[in-house]
Design a protein around this ligand. Structure first.
Ligand SMILES: Cc1cc2nc3c(=O)[nH]c(=O)nc-3n(C[C@H](O)[C@H](O)[C@H](O)COP(=O)(O)OP(=O)(O)OC[C@H]3O[C@@H](n4cnc5c(N)ncnc54)[C@H](O)[C@@H]3O)c2cc1C
Length: 388
């Protein structure tokens, strides 16, 4: 057992740190305040080759593992970019895993290089207003027509749809009544986001204003046959395949976010003098910060274990879910502790911890809620009855 990063992994962290350095806290505050997508940050990461970190080398990627991708995402969040920076590239870094694994060679050649080169952006359109976490109940339908499908329905919370060129879309090709199991009859597409047929309406939300989240109203969108990923009716299975690495990446981001907040709070505690001494002299201030550090580092061990198992081809469902739960809670606690450590200044925008706290809810809620992770661990690890 070795807990040290390799020289190459250290080099990745250092290189990503230097790409992020010019995009300081002022940059992210401005993006948050004006709700503008960080296109120049996206471009800088692309020019560094980081968007293709986990994509096949044959298509212009670096061909590295999920552990390296997690380090990239964590370093981005930890730089102070938080979820604003991480979510701006998250989908490009790993979201197209179903295309990498289940797409035909022609589809991979057509879809992946423009993404790696930063010429196209993608969004992930799964969640629906009436289905929630029960994905198999989604109502978006894809009817067979000549040469492809006609798709209609609604999606909610779809991040980056304002700037995306294409979307990975899950829709029903056979109704629930026609299939043996609810997981059957769902089909996956990677297709152009045609704004003539898809109305994209932004949701006004609590944080991460730099990266939009949207309602999609899809009205008879034509999707050509060649944009269907894999076999008809097996889309749910394809999406499931990418769930563990997706949880690992978001967990790594949550740890990075928490570390950014903890670092601001620790510096403040060393410098802010009240009652004639730095507030960090008081155990009442030190202990929550020390606890936040321990929680973040413990969660990170689970993130790295889950990533290492995934890269080794071992089962990692329990570890990936546990990592996502532990990291999201630890990240949130670190942000909350940071706000309280700064007292009144924690509530001002000047010290940025309030932005990080607002963003820390995202890895808790998405892509799966803490309750559902506990249900999963209870059932799959402890062998208790399925409760959902
Ligand atoms: C900022 C943001 C960005 C997002 N980006 C995307 C995106 O790009 N693409 C996309 O497809 N989706 C995206 N999502 C959606 C996200 O994945 C969902 O919000 C999340 O999966 C929760 O689903 P829901 O909101 O429908 O909650 P619901 O399913 O309505 O659940 C509400 C609450 O009830 C609880 N609950 C429900 N059933 C049970 C049960 N049986 N036992 C215990 N508790 C239960 C849940 O845990 C949750 O706390 C995003 C969400 C946010 C907030």
């Amino acid at each position: 057992m070795n807990f040290e990063l390799t020289d190459q992994q250290h080099a990745i962290v250092e290189a990503v740190r230097s790409v992020c350095a010019p995009f300081d806290m002022h940059y992210w505050d401005e993006r948050d305040r004006t709700a503008t997508f960080p296109h120049d940050f996206h471009r800088a990461l692309c020019e560094g080759g980081w968007l293709g970190v986990a994509m096949p080398e044959t298509l212009g990627g670096a061909g590295l593992g999920i552990l390296e991708a997690a380090l990239v995402m964590q370093t981005i969040a930890e730089s102070g970019a938080g979820m604003s920076g991480a979510s701006a590239v998250h989908m490009n870094v790993f979201g197209l895993n179903p295309v990498v694994v289940f797409g035909s060679p022609q589809q991979q050649t057509r879809f992946l290089p423009p993404l790696i080169a930063g010429q196209e952006k993608a969004c992930f359109a799964v969640t629906e207003p009436d289905a929630g976490l029960d994905t198999t109940r989604l109502k978006t339908v894809a009817h067979k027509v000549e040469g492809g499908y006609s798709v209609s329905g609604r999606k909610i919370w779809i991040s980056t749809a304002q700037v995306a060129d294409r979307m990975l879309l899950l829709a029903r090709t056979r109704s629930l009544a026609e299939v043996g199991k609810p997981t059957e009859g769902l089909t996956l597409f990677y297709t152009a986001l045609d704004r003539e047929r898809v109305e994209v309406r932004e949701i006004d939300k609590m944080g991460r204003a730099a990266v939009d989240s949207n309602m999609l109203f899809i009205d008879e969108l034509f999707i050509p046959e060649e944009d269907r990923i894999g076999e008809e009716g097996r889309g749910f299975e394809y999406i499931l395949h990418g769930l563990n690495p997706e949880r690992i990446l978001i967990a790594a981001e949550a740890v990075g976010l928490g570390r950014a907040a903890l670092s601001i709070a620790t510096e403040y505690a060393k410098e802010r003098v009240v009652f004639g001494r730095p507030i960090g002299t008081n155990q009442g201030v030190q202990h929550p910060l020390a606890l936040a550090w321990m929680q973040l580092e413990a969660a990170n061990l689970m993130v790295m274990k889950a990533a290492a198992r995934y890269d080794a081809g071992l089962p990692c469902g329990a570890e990936a879910n546990a990592a996502k739960y532990l990291a999201a809670e630890a990240g949130h606690n670190a942000c909350q502790t940071a706000v309280l450590t700064l007292g009144g200044m924690g509530y001002s925008r000047e010290y940025r911890v309030e932005r990080l706290l607002r963003e820390s809810y995202i890895p808790r809620i998405a892509p799966v809620s803490p309750q559902l992770i506990l249900c999963f661990i209870a059932e799959r690890v402890l062998g208790l009855p399925k409760s959902y």
